[in-house]
Design a protein around this ligand. Structure first.
Ligand code: CO8
Length: 261
């Protein structure tokens, strides 16, 4: 991988990727999006990786949005459509990764930065973090899935309130809305993200991918169809060696050693 704006660190089965463009508060330019696509390829195909954490460098920002200089340089509506679609495709792949992805929101998560966090499985926020979709105040529309994922996550009315006002909110309010799953003292954010990620990374990988897939698919299905899908995933998992190992380890009173098949 050729990474300039992202820092890649692997500890055991957990990869920590840090957005690092300090001069623009880690804003997402095209280059950074392309690097994120490379990271996703690697995480997807590398069996030694069981979970991914995304965070921002420094204390001030997670990601302060799409790079506003690049937005200003857009010459035609179709160039903007193409840019939005490219970003959406990368975030859709992030969301669909068969491994857990945790956003550790250490500071400002605005515009495209919050949209990226919305494509993660779990959002942990530092108590000092601020989050919002200020696009309308810049004369632009959220373009990296924000109008879709925010309304699904916190409901139509609350999403409209945030998007139409462009008002950033603090971590406590974000927790109340269900926009983030946990709020932590800033100094404990990464340690907690790593602890959670390590636990998830030690689960049976195929079981985790199936559970994640069932949750995502089920949100677009009738309950009965979703339960049927779930039952078939249970059937599929019993054909793996990891299923046998999980049962055996329980009765032998030891931690299971999963292989990923
Ligand atoms: N893009 C480019 N540069 C940025 C961005 C950004 N999003 N955010 C901050 N910067 C730069 C600033 O220009 C500044 O640079 P310089 O030092 O050269 O002047 C540097 O980072 C530090 O920022 P500030 O001086 O502004 O720091 P403050 O502490 O005063 O303020 C804020 C921090 C409140 C976070 C402020 O920087 C801010 O409001 N940033 C912009 C936030 C924003 O509006 N984000 C949304 C952008 S739009 C978007 O994300 C659309 C996504 C969909 C795209 C669809 C594709 C077509």
């Amino acid at each position: 991988m050729d990474l300039k704006n992202l820092i890649w660190e692997q500890e055991g089965r957990v990869v920590l990727v840090t957005f690092n463009r300090p001069k623009a508060l880690n804003a997402l330019n095209e280059e950074t999006m392309n690097e994120l696509a490379q990271v996703i390829d690697r995480v997807e195909s590398d069996d030694t990786i069981g979970a991914l954490i995304l965070t921002g460098a420094g204390e001030k920002a997670f990601i302060a949005g799409a790079d506003i200089g690049e937005l200003q340089a857009l010459k035609t509506p179709m160039a903007a459509v193409a840019k939005a679609r490219r970003g959406q495709q990368v975030l859709a792949r992030l969301e669909a990764l068969g491994k857990p992805v945790i956003a550790a929101i250490n500071g400002f998560a605005l515009g495209g930065g919050l949209e990226l966090a919305l494509a993660c499985d779990i959002r942990l926020a530092a108590d000092s973090a601020r989050m919002g979709l200020p696009e309308l105040t810049l004369g632009v529309v959220p373009g990296y899935g924000g109008t879709q994922r925010l309304a699904r996550l916190i409901g139509e009315g609350q999403a409209k309130l945030l998007i139409f006002s462009g008002r950033p909110i603090g971590a406590a309010e974000a927790r109340e809305l269900g926009l983030v799953e946990k709020v932590l003292p800033a100094g404990e954010l990464l340690a907690e993200a790593k602890k959670l990620a390590a636990g998830m990374a030690n689960c049976a990988p195929v079981a985790l991918a199936l559970a994640k897939g069932a949750i995502h698919a089920g949100l677009d299905m009738e309950l009965d169809a979703g339960c049927s899908l779930e039952a078939h995933y249970v059937g599929m998992i019993t054909t793996t060696e990891d299923f046998q190992e999980g049962m055996k380890a329980f009765f032998e009173k030891r931690p299971a050693q999963f292989k990923g098949y």
